[in-house]
Ligand binder design. Structure first.
Ligand SMILES: [Fe+2]
Length: 283
C-alpha cells in the first residue's frame, strides 16, 4: 500500500460514534446521524491520497439493533476504503456478530477483539464494552490476549483502538463511564515499547494526553459532540459542533518511523488557495 518508493506512508483514518438509527429515525429527537455518516463517507472518499483503512471506534449503532447495523452497512457501501469496526457501549456484540460475520472471531460470544497488519503497522482493536452498561472494562481474557499479541511481531509499531477512553477528560458525566480498569491496560501498554498510540472514542470530541507514556487521543464524533462542560455538576448534553475525524499517519524513515495524528473537520470548505502566484511570489 506504499504510494512511493521515497516516502512510505500508511494512513489510518479513525471515525467514531456514528450512532446509526433505523432508516428515517433521528437520534435524541434531533440528529440525523445517517446524513452525518453519508457526509463523512463522501469526505473520506474525497481525500487524496486515500487512507489505507478506516477504523470505526465504536457506537456503530445507537441501540444495537440488527436494522441499525444493516442501515450502517448501506451507508458505508459507497466508501471506497476498507473499514473495520469495534464495539462501543451502544452496540450489541451478538448483533455485530450476525451483521459482520467476517469481522468477528470464530467464538460465538465474548469480547470482539481483533488484530491486523497493515504495511509496517499492527492495529489492535479492543472490545471495552460491558453488555448492558455504559462504562468500559477490559476483561482479564482481553488483557492477556493483548499482551500476547504485543509480544508477536515485536519490531512493528502497534496502534491500539478501543471505545472507552482510559483517562479522564474533565467532563464528569462522561468520565464516570470511562474505562474502569485503565491501570490494568496501562500495565500492559508500558511493557511494550512498540505501542505508539492509544485511540478512543465515546466522548465525541477531540482530546489528547499521554497514557502509560504513549500518546493517547479521543476522536471527535462524526455527527454530534458531547458538550464541553467542566462543571462537575453539569448535566449530560450535546452540541451540533463541526464534526471531525483523525488521520493517523505512519511515515517510515531509514531507521525508524514517526506517527502524526491530524484532526480534520468534516466538510467542504473554501480553498485551497495557493500561497504563491504564477511567478512564485507570495500573494
Ligand atoms: Fe457515542
Amino acid at each position: 500500500m506504499n504510494r512511493s518508493t521515497e516516502v512510505a506512508q500508511t494512513i489510518v483514518a479513525q471515525i467514531s460514534d456514528p450512532h446509526i438509527k433505523r432508516p428515517g429515525e433521528v437520534a435524541y429527537g434531533v440528529i440525523d446521524t445517517a446524513q452525518a455518516l453519508g457526509r463523512c463517507v463522501q469526505f473520506l472518499n474525497s481525500l487524496v491520497p486515500k487512507p489505507d483503512i478506516v477504523v470505526v471506534s465504536g457506537d456503530i449503532a445507537d441501540s444495537g439493533r440488527d436494522e441499525e447495523y444493516r442501515h450502517f452497512q448501506e451507508l458505508m457501501a459507497p466508501l471506497v476504503i476498507p473499514f473495520v469496526i469495534l464495539p462501543g457501549n451502544h452496540d450489541d456484540r451478538a448483533a455485530i456478530r450476525r451483521s459482520f460475520p467476517a469481522a468477528a472471531d470464530l467464538r460465538s460470544e465474548g469480547p470482539l477483539n481483533a488484530v491486523m497488519r497493515l504495511d509496517h503497522l499492527v492495529l489492535v482493536l479492543l472490545d471495552s464494552s460491558v453488555p448492558g452498561e455504559p462504562h468500559g472494562f477490559l476483561g482479564s481474557d482481553t488483557l492477556a490476549w493483548l499482551d500476547v499479541r504485543l509480544c508477536e511481531d515485536a519490531e512493528s509499531p502497534a496502534l491500539i483502538f478501543l471505545h472507552h477512553p482510559p483517562f479522564v477528560t474533565g467532563i464528569r458525566h462522561m468520565d464516570v463511564q470511562n474505562l474502569r480498569n485503565a491501570d490494568a491496560l496501562a500495565e500492559v501498554v508500558a511493557r511494550h515499547e512498540r505501542v505508539r498510540l492509544v485511540a478512543a472514542g465515546h466522548v465525541h470530541r477531540a482530546a489528547f494526553t499521554l497514557f502509560a507514556g504513549v500518546p493517547a487521543v479521543i476522536a471527535p464524533g462524526i455527527s454530534h459532540a458531547v458538550a464541553l462542560d467542566l462543571d462537575p455538576a453539569g448535566l449530560p448534553a450535546f452540541r451540533l459542533e463541526t464534526p471531525g475525524l483523525y488521520l493517523h499517519i505512519w511515515t517510515r524513515g531509514d531507521v525508524t518511523g514517526q506517527l502524526v495524528s491530524h484532526a480534520l473537520p468534516i466538510g467542504m470548505f473554501d480553498g485551497p488557495y495557493p500561497f504563491f502566484d504564477a511567478e512564485g511570489r507570495l500573494r
